[in-house]
Design a protein around this ligand. Structure first.
Ligand SMILES: [Mn+2]
Length: 363
């Protein structure tokens, strides 16, 4: 037995208790996956989470031999170095995820439940692990991760009626919405605090109707989307639409949700939604036409971005490259039958409201 093992075992023995760390994505899937686990296996844990795209979380864990880390809904590949480190130190790691993981480390301290098939999310993996004992929260997770069909199928099988299912859907969408923003200052509530509120409720319907923090989150989401729909400038192209939102936290939170909403409402059009960033440029969310999910990733890659064919983004598009982006967008999503016709209209200063949503009135 190596001396390193002896020393770390001795340190572990000297500490008063084994510590638990819960490391999870701050979106609906991450929060609901952890909530299911902790309803079944309550334990005091140090919580580590962040915004939707803050996924290098394992490196923040200060754990030692004998400690236990539960990881949910963040890519193993993106946390590999920190994971190897923890395993080497003698930390036990339980890993649940559905993102691309690459090669799985082979180590007796690692218990991994990883499934990258497109119709699962981490909340559904935990549901599988718990044999469905906290199923309503798994349904919330699936709705939040945009797996509506799976969520409804699971809900139906559990005998949840349409009205109650609709509540779980809105709950999932709102919890998910809360994780979006370009910095912590943009967030309505930090996901760690949101999880703490969620964790007080065994019943998701009760959380939905009784928790004031949720009411605030739900109102803010409505307000953000209404204001994004009303205060936008558009470039209309044959292939789709490029939408520019004003410089505000609400815009930054709503950018992805608006892009999803537009993609659902106009399924044969591509969409890009831009918000001003702090470096004289824009952050961009791109959605391919729902009818033909392609090219969002390759378009964004031209400008240093990344993503999937259906949905991708660019962290920083310099202002001077907006014209180049507009042309590339038109070319990427041009109709296969017709030729390319780039008819870029002048960007209007103001647009009529796309739909009539009641403006938000703070109570
Ligand atoms: Mn997920």
């Amino acid at each position: 037995m190596g001396s390193a093992f002896f020393v770390s075992s001795a340190i572990a023995a000297m500490r008063s208790a084994i510590r638990q760390f819960d490391v999870f994505n701050g979106d609906a899937d991450g929060i609901c996956a952890l909530h299911q686990l902790r309803l079944e296996h309550p334990v005091q844990a140090t919580l580590i989470t962040g915004r939707k795209r803050e996924i290098a979380l394992l490196e923040r864990v200060q754990a030692y031999a004998g400690d236990r880390v539960t990881v949910l809904d963040i890519s193993l590949d993106r946390n590999r170095v920190a994971l190897d480190d923890l395993l080497r130190k003698g930390v036990i790691v339980d890993y649940f995820d559905h993102h691309q993981a690459g090669r799985l480390p082979v180590h007796p301290g690692l218990h991994a439940l990883i499934d990258t098939t497109p119709d699962v999310c981490t909340g559904l993996l935990v549901d599988r692990f718990l044999c469905g004992r906290q199923r309503p929260w798994a349904v919330v997770a699936a709705f939040g991760d945009n797996l509506g069909d799976q969520a409804r199928a699971l809900g139906d099988a559990a005998g949840i009626d349409t009205a109650r299912l609709a509540v779980l859907q809105e709950l999932g969408e709102c919890l998910n919405y809360n994780a979006y923003g370009d910095s912590d200052e943009d967030l309505i509530i930090h996901p760690r605090l949101l999880y703490e509120y969620v964790s007080r409720y065994r019943d998701p319907w009760k959380f939905f109707s009784c928790e004031p923090v949720f009411a605030r989150l739900r109102a803010a989401r409505r307000h953000d989307l209404a204001s994004a729909n009303q205060n936008q400038e558009c470039i209309e192209l044959p292939a789709g639409e490029i939408v520019l939102l004003p410089d505000s936290a609400a815009s930054r939170r709503a950018r992805g949700a608006l892009a999803n909403q537009l993609a659902t409402t106009f399924p044969d059009k591509a969409h890009a939604v831009l918000t001003p960033d702090r470096q004289d440029g824009y952050t961009v969310s791109v959605r391919a036409p729902k009818n033909r999910l392609h090219a969002a990733d390759t378009l964004c890659a031209l400008f240093g971005g990344s993503g999937r064919p259906a949905a991708a983004g660019i962290d920083h598009l310099p202002r001077i490259r907006v014209t180049a982006f507009t042309e590339a967008f038109a070319a990427a999503f041009q109709n296969r039958q017709g030729g390319i016709s780039v008819a870029v209209k002048a960007v209007p200063r103001s647009l009529p409201a796309r739909n009539t949503v009641q403006p938000f009135k703070p109570s």
